[in-house]
Design a protein around this ligand. Sequence first.
Ligand SMILES: Cc1cc2nc3c(=O)[nH]c(=O)nc-3n(C[C@H](O)[C@H](O)[C@H](O)COP(=O)(O)OP(=O)(O)OC[C@H]3O[C@@H](n4cnc5c(N)ncnc54)[C@H](O)[C@@H]3O)c2cc1C
Length: 456
Amino acid sequence: MRIAVVGGGITGLAAAFEVCDEAEVTVYEPARLGGKLLTSEFAGRLVDEGPDAFLTRTPAAVELATAVGLGTDLVAPAAGRTLVHFAGRLHPLPSGLVLGAPTDIRALATSKLLGPLGAARAAWDLVAPATPVGDDETVRDLIAARFGPRVADRLVEPLLGSIHAAPTAHLSARATAPSLLATARSSRSLLAGLRKQAPPATKSNTPVFLAPRSGMSSLIERTVEQLRSGGVSFVSQSVRSVSPPNSRVGPIDVDGEPYDGAVLAVGAPQAARILGKLAPSGLSSVEFTDVAVATVCVSRSNLGLPDDVNGILVSPDSGMLMTACSFGSNKWPHWSSGPDQMVLRISAGRSGDTRAVNLSDEELAETLIADLSAALRRPLTATQWRVSRWPGAFPFYRVGHLRWVDIVQSNLAGILPQVALAGSSYNGAGIPACIASGRSAARQVSAVLSTTSAAP
Ligand SMILES: Cc1cc2nc3c(=O)[nH]c(=O)nc-3n(C[C@H](O)[C@H](O)[C@H](O)COP(=O)(O)OP(=O)(O)OC[C@H]3O[C@@H](n4cnc5c(N)ncnc54)[C@H](O)[C@@H]3O)c2cc1C
């Protein structure tokens, strides 16, 4: 059984890993293996340019890291506070939030970010009659209906909106906050429903996030090492087309090479181009947002922040280019090469905001440092900086996204059952979701091929 995996990001590598024991696997990747997972040297340390941690709640990333021998290298970020920049000031994020939704009324009552009116409106959820909740709706509608506009705009928007680089007024609750949607559907009070379900990770003392101490690239390097020793081949080529067999069970054609099946571990628009006329209708319709990260080194004394602050989230009402800032050396102490050194990662890029694209790297770094200086109300001087650009990085999951996923996947299964789609365009953009999607696509292809080869 010969399987082609198109795309050598974490999704494609996970797909190859899943079936390399039972199939002859070839991974096609025209660029560096790893896609958005990239660690490189900065200020004398290895610092991630893209993702720097993965969630443990979906176990796929921890499982892969453990399977490739990185289990003991996984570290949790240091515990720390997050601040929100709203209406020109920095406020601590209240404790007890689930994706920005409150579970602790006392923490809200003392929060200057919400104010007494906002806290009182949120508490009304405990006694208010149930609100009708559909199969899917926008995150903002769901939250505002239960907790009022202040929780929606001051807690959930900065948190979920910056994670997805898109406004919660258009984000699908089913795709980006399924636990909130499910609880809102099953419980009259969303707050009471969320409070009942302490996340399993907290119960078992497993950290919510983990990362390889040596950076995300080590997950790629170790996985590739194991794939190569398991006989997987790597071809440095951008695949242009996957075409069907002449008969229903014959080999498919991947740029002229015959394979029994394929996993397309690329973005949905790229998969649509590769499939050409065979692409399920609407496959190229997912929108993507460009993001950029400026990694900056400043002295701690210049920053003037307590050591327990891990990050700042920026409300879109600020008009800033900065969407978030992660205080890397607080979060990951191994990122500092000296006691007074602070490595920061300042992010830019929201759906519809193209300002970053039109700035040179130097202008972008200067603007982001100026935004952070304004948020902290003190001028910052960077001793070093670099800019990492990630065009088309984040898929925009609008309301109805998961219904769309079901439709395109089942349409493709009807046309080319030996080809499956995987990656961040579909069931989640986080690393664990991408790994799970690569594994499941590979398994699906392998199952189809086993059935057709067993057929008389
Ligand atoms: C700045 C940033 C921060 C992030 N932070 C986090 C985080 O902290 N935690 C988290 O869990 N997630 C995070 N993410 C999201 C996560 O990194 C991505 O969603 C995930 O890595 C996507 O993996 P992928 O393999 O599906 O896609 P990609 O990494 O994009 O890989 C796809 C690969 O396909 C290749 N390709 C494209 N076309 C073709 C073709 N025609 N033929 C062959 N190959 C092709 C590309 O070259 C690329 O290497 C972050 C992303 C970014 C950009």
